[in-house]
Write a protein that binds this ligand. Structure first.
Ligand code: ATP
Ligand code: MG
Ligand code: FE
Length: 335
């Protein structure tokens, strides 16, 4: 089965071609990061316009790379939520036009289920059930993956997402956008014990909270400026990152233990974080739990992950019609 998938929920215009769900024949990503950098974050209207400009060329490049003709595609998979409504509509309209003209099924995909499915592409033998820690720009969730289309939310952030915290702290220190990769790199030269930032464990709940940590870092930066004291950005980055990573790792390992799972898969952009990968692998290893994560390119937004989730929807009969609409606040557990 050949899947052609489209992703345009935020600031990446992406098209991929997959064979039987896990074999990636093409995975083309055109990122708008440079365009949004000067604003310190994604500007929705600018993102939508850029998707319109890009999508045709990205589609053509995906076909060329995969070496297939449009007639060979069996179905179209497309992100229909969550994300920016204008951005989503560009990919969705393009997908509908393709499905209609080629006379093939249209399959709507939940972007967050896409992030989780990136693990199947990376680990060809991975099968549900397992626990996944979904950490991205807009989400921080602990999810039980019961089957390919059966997701149960165990906990979620009550305020900021972990990726959002990285981006905000980076911006506050004037380091740039997106903050995650920048802080990850700087932290390697810093002392993670230099500053004691708070960790919110929220008793034994599977929920998360990062707004208190964010405020603590902002207060620390202000206090240092008021006192005309030096700010060692490497130490702030390392200490902040350690606080995030410690809570994420502790809760995910705890959930796996309590629910009796031997595998935790990391999903979403923050799963690219080197300190998170290292810490959770160590903590889980001590409990006999295995950690899996996708390659860096498969962690952040791409269409291959959407194709994999779309393939699972397709073979399980979840097919949409032309009335499929964008759902900006789509919940993780909705197919
Ligand atoms: P969502 O998937 O929730 O809709 P999104 O698509 O914008 O949001 P992703 O593409 O999954 O988010 O991930 C982008 C986020 O990942 C950004 O917040 C970015 O800072 C963060 N990120 C990327 N690389 C790293 C890293 N190495 N360390 C920490 N965070 C990272
Ligand atoms: Mg992005
Ligand atoms: Fe994403």
């Amino acid at each position: 089965i050949i899947t052609l998938s489209i992703e345009s929920s935020c600031d990446e215009t992406a098209v991929a071609v997959l064979k039987n769900g896990r074999e990636v024949l093409a995975n083309v990503v055109s990122t708008q990061i440079e365009l949004h950098k000067k604003f310190g974050g994604v500007v929705p209207e600018v993102a939508s316009r850029k998707h319109i400009e890009n999508i045709d060329a990205v589609y053509q490049e995906a076909l060329d790379t995969a070496g297939i003709k449009p007639e060979e595609i069996d179905h179209i998979a497309v992100t229909y939520g969550p994300g920016l409504v204008g951005a989503l509509l560009v990919g969705l309209s393009y997908a509908k036009a393709l499905a209609f003209t080629l006379g093939i099924p249209l399959v709507g995909v939940n972007h967050m289920q896409g992030h989780i499915n990136a693990n199947y592409i990376q680990h060809k033998d991975l099968k549900p059930p397992f626990i996944t820690l979904v950490v991205s720009g807009g989400h921080t969730h602990l999810v039980e993956v019961k089957n390919y289309q059966d997701y149960e939310i165990l906990g979620r952030t009550r305020d900021d997402a972990s990726g959002e915290a990285f981006d905000k702290i980076s911006r506050a220190m004037g380091l740039g956008y997106p903050g995650g990769p920048i802080i990850d790199k700087l932290a390697k030269q810093g002392n993670k014990h230099a500053i004691e930032f708070p960790r919110a464990y929220l008793d034994d709940s599977y929920d998360f909270s990062f707004s208190g940590l964010k405020s603590a870092v902002l207060n620390y930066l202000n206090a240092q400026k008021m006192k005309k004291q030096e700010i060692v950005v490497e130490d702030v980055a390392a200490s902040f990152q350690e606080a995030v990573v410690e809570v994420l790792s502790t809760k995910a390992v705890h959930a796996a233990e309590e629910k009796g799972y031997k595998t935790i898969a990391l999903s979403g952009g923050v799963a690219a974080n080197s300190a998170l990968r290292e810490k959770i692998t160590k903590m889980a290893g001590e409990k006999g739990i295995e950690i899996k994560f996708p390659s860096i390119e498969l962690c952040t937004d791409n269409a291959a992950m959407i194709g994999c989730a779309g393939y699972h929807n397709f073979i399980n009969g979840k097919i949409d019609d032309m009335s499929l609409n964008a759902v900006p606040n789509l919940k993780i557990d909705v197919n």
